[in-house]
Design a protein around this ligand. Structure first.
Ligand SMILES: Nc1ncnc2c1ncn2[C@@H]1O[C@H](COP(=O)(O)OP(=O)(O)OP(=O)(O)O)[C@@H](O)[C@H]1O
Ligand SMILES: [Mg+2]
Length: 501
């Protein structure tokens, strides 16, 4: 019999009157992978931040192995053997992996035997079959490898409770697979793993138990065998109305965008796009499949005027916009949902209302002569918040304090509200709960009816197959060719994604 290693009893936490966690109850056992599932803004990250000592609860109790504890700081949490892999890795990029590990250990103890630490790290690498050079600077590692470094940090401290908040949101499917093997091994060593994800397939394969949080409250805990995707979705979603995606048949005739032999280099002097060509039709959803890091980001950046190509041509509606700036008419008609929403998509300290009009605050819609019209801005915000069910806590809250998924919704709402000519969307549903992801798909399809063309960059083949009119595959900065979602198989797409024709 495994024992209850962590018990959460009636935890409540509010921010300026907004209740993010309300009487939450949860029991975590040794040797289990326990998923916390809930809509964007349900209070999952808040609860984890309480467990790791970043937030103090207003009331309630936490027990470790039956003893009541008071977690006042991240250091306390580590002493209680609770460790967390944060979504934004806390690594220093220009020093080596080992120096990073050393640094993190030095923060909680003065005396460190470097030799001993190194041999412990090597032991962990061997045990988990991690292919990583610990003398390598962190910036040279893939995202997946950086995540391993965060996990190693927890293992050298011998953490017993490991928290992973949406670890797979930034991973490629292959990296996710590897992570799951890693977690299964940790589980067999009797560690307790708290896992958060919006990807239902992962939740189904990985979880021994699932606890559902809804509007800050625990709904229930289910054991493996007692849940399926359908039931979980029903329990977590507050808006029961189920969307049925409608996609009309269409014939495309007018080319809206043509990219010819584009070459783009990145800051390190490597090619991001090499002889990249692409055509997009009016009203078409062109899915772009590919493993992250094969030039997708550069493609979005040249199209939106954030980056200049070395050579090649971008033509929109017969106009050459290759060297246009973001102020030009055509570029401003291209909406962008960026990959890194926290650094590129929002003004973090401004309110939701303000963020929703960032792109068009000077338009007549929101001004009276030269002055901003507060009432119109408020009205616009009310509509968008309702439409996208953005959960934002208290009124006037700076957008950076919203939950991850809700920040994403603010960006999407703003970018689509202007009826753009072309939408360039990078991983638009990453981090969105199932209901919100479906809603975003519906909005893209509705805009397609109105003639908007979309470049949908995604790693999720189900998403691409579901809403694209055609699918192109990117590999090492090149377009590997087009496929039809009606006839293409996942294997076919997968082969092209790895460069095999
Ligand atoms: N420091 C804070 N100040 C004010 N409000 C906050 C703060 N942290 C969280 N909140 C609010 O608490 C609510 C729950 O947020 P939380 O990040 O826990 O959600 P989540 O379940 O992790 O959602 P997601 O799936 O989108 O990550 C949100 O409405 C958020 O705005
Ligand atoms: Mg969260």
């Amino acid at each position: 019999m495994s024992s209850c290693i962590l018990k959460i009893e009636n935890i409540t936490k509010s921010f300026a009157g907004f209740i993010a966690n309300k009487n939450v109850n949860l029991e975590i056992f040794e040797g289990e992978i326990h998923t916390i599932l809930g809509e964007n803004g349900a209070g999952k990250s808040t609860l984890m931040n309480i467990l790791t000592g970043l937030y103090r609860p207003d009331s309630g109790n936490i027990y470790i192995n039956g003893t009541r504890v008071n977690i006042k700081s991240p250091k306390d949490a580590l002493n209680y053997k609770i460790g967390m892999v944060h979504q934004h890795f806390m690594l220093v990029n220009n020093i080596s992996v080992f120096e990073n590990l050393l640094l993190s250990m030095k923060l909680d103890s003065f005396v460190i035997n470097e030799r001993k630490l190194k041999s412990k790290v090597k032991e962990i690498l061997r045990e988990f079959e991690l292919d990583i050079d610990i003398e390598m600077p962190v910036w040279k590692l893939s995202i997946g490898q950086q995540q391993w470094v965060e996990l190693i940090k927890l293992l050298i401290r011998d953490s017993k409770i490991l928290i992973l908040d949406e670890p797979t949101a930034v991973l490629t499917p292959q990296e996710s697979e590897f992570l799951f093997t890693f977690l299964t091994k940790l589980k067999s060593q009797n560690k307790a793993i708290i896992f958060i994800s919006h990807k239902m397939k992962e939740v189904m394969t990985l979880s021994d138990k699932v606890t559902i949080l809804k509007k800050g409250e625990t709904v229930k805990t289910l054991n493996r065998g007692e849940f399926d995707e359908q039931l979980l979705a029903e329990l977590m979603i507050s808006n029961k109305e189920h969307l049925k995606l409608e996609k009309s048949a269409k014939v495309f005739s007018k080319q809206i965008l043509k990219i010819k032999n584009l070459n783009v280099k990145n800051d390190k002097g490597l090619s991001d796009l090499s002889d990249f060509s692409l055509e997009l039709f009016e009203g078409e959803i062109l899915g772009i499949a590919g493993i992250t890091g094969n030039g997708q980001k550069a493609l979005a950046e040249v199209l939106t005027g954030l980056k200049k190509p070395l050579s090649g041509q971008i033509i929109v509606n017969d106009q050459d916009i290759t060297y246009s700036t973001s102020k030009s008419k055509y570029i401003s008609g291209i909406a962008h949902i960026p990959e890194d929403r926290k650094t590129m998509g929002i003004a973090p300290d401004l309110s939701v209302d303000e963020n929703l009009i960032l792109k068009n605050y000077s338009s007549d819609k929101f001004t009276n002569f030269f002055f901003l019209n507060k009432e119109k801005i408020k009205q616009n915000a009310r509509e968008q918040i309702e439409k996208y069910s953005i959960k934002m806590g208290y009124d006037g809250i700076p957008v950076r304090l919203l939950s991850g998924g809700n920040i994403q919704k603010v960006i999407i709402a703003r970018e689509l509200s202007e009826n753009p000519l072309i939408l360039v969307a990078l991983y638009p549903t990453r981090g969105l709960d199932v209901g919100s992801a479906e809603y975003v798909h519906q909005v893209i399809l509705d805009s397609r009816e109105k003639g908007m063309s979309t470049i949908l960059i995604s790693e999720d083949l189900d998403e691409l197959l579901k809403i694209s009119d055609r699918i192109a595959v990117m590999f090492r900065g090149k377009n590997m060719g087009y496929l039809s979602p009606e006839s293409a198989t996942k294997t076919e797409i997968g082969l092209l994604m790895s460069g095999k024709k």
